[in-house]
Design a protein around this ligand. Structure first.
Ligand SMILES: CC(C)(COP(=O)(O)OP(=O)(O)OC[C@H]1O[C@@H](n2cnc3c(N)ncnc32)[C@H](O)[C@@H]1OP(=O)(O)O)[C@@H](O)C(=O)NCCC(=O)NCCS
Length: 190
């Protein structure tokens, strides 16, 4: 019999103050745990809150889709789809800020969030997802396990929160209806 999950995942359409505080907790926990996700240490709470307020604005205007996972303590994981793309890439979204609080890791939540993000992307009419992640990290293993296509590695792409350059690995994944006619592979859409 399958084990009950200690969390539930939902899409947030309106990011309220409580949500911002709990997402701030998750972001700070990840950065303090060494995750290279755009921020350096120390990460002031106000800086993290400001980031999530910007995300809230993007969710409100439809530029982003936000998923959160909640356990008995509140939000324990999150991931976003960057839906707003250039006019010639309406079928694409970027996956961003996949974050799981350290208290909820290694229970399958990262995988569950990504599968929900892929389904949500399809619901939003997207057929191509792109992301990049620290080379050699848990997230890279996760995306490879979920059959994302590894494009390549960019060395010295970013810094770890406490300094030190780290490479990033670029991935893509087709979701929903395949192009089928090869037009997605034929021309650069830069
Ligand atoms: C990357 C990240 C999202 C993964 O989240 P997670 O919830 O731990 O992911 P999962 O539980 O699905 O998988 C993680 C590992 O736990 C294992 N696992 C999953 N369920 C398990 C279970 N029930 N028991 C034991 N292990 C389990 C998986 O096999 C995987 O193992 P691996 O790391 O050896 O490959 C998380 O580590 C994180 O937030 N990191 C910091 C932020 C970050 O780097 N984000 C990525 C930005 S692109």
């Amino acid at each position: 019999m399958p084990t009950a999950r200690p969390w539930t995942i939902r899409r947030v359409h309106a990011v309220d103050a409580v949500c911002i505080e709990q997402l701030t907790d998750v972001l700070i926990d990840c950065v303090e745990g060494g995750a290279s996700v755009s921020f350096m240490l120390p990460l002031p709470r106000a800086r993290a809150q400001s980031f999530w307020r910007d995300v809230a604005a993007g969710v409100a205007n439809g530029d982003r889709a936000l998923l959160v996972a909640e356990d008995a303590l509140g939000i324990c994981g999150t991931v976003q789809l960057m839906l707003a793309q250039p006019d010639n890439q309406p079928h694409r979204a970027d996956v961003a800020k996949m974050l799981v609080h350290r208290r909820a890791r290694r229970q399958g939540l990262g995988e569950a969030l990504m599968l929900c993000a892929e389904s949500l992307a399809t619901e939003c009419g997207k057929t191509l997802l792109v992301l990049d992640t620290v080379t050699g990290g848990a997230a890279e293993r996760l995306y490879a396990r979920l059959d994302w296509e590894r494009v390549g590695v960019i060395p010295d792409y970013a810094l770890f929160p406490d300094g030190g350059l780290v490479a990033t690995t670029l991935f893509y994944r087709r979701v929903g209806a395949p192009f089928g006619d090869g037009r997605g592979d034929a021309n650069s859409a830069a």
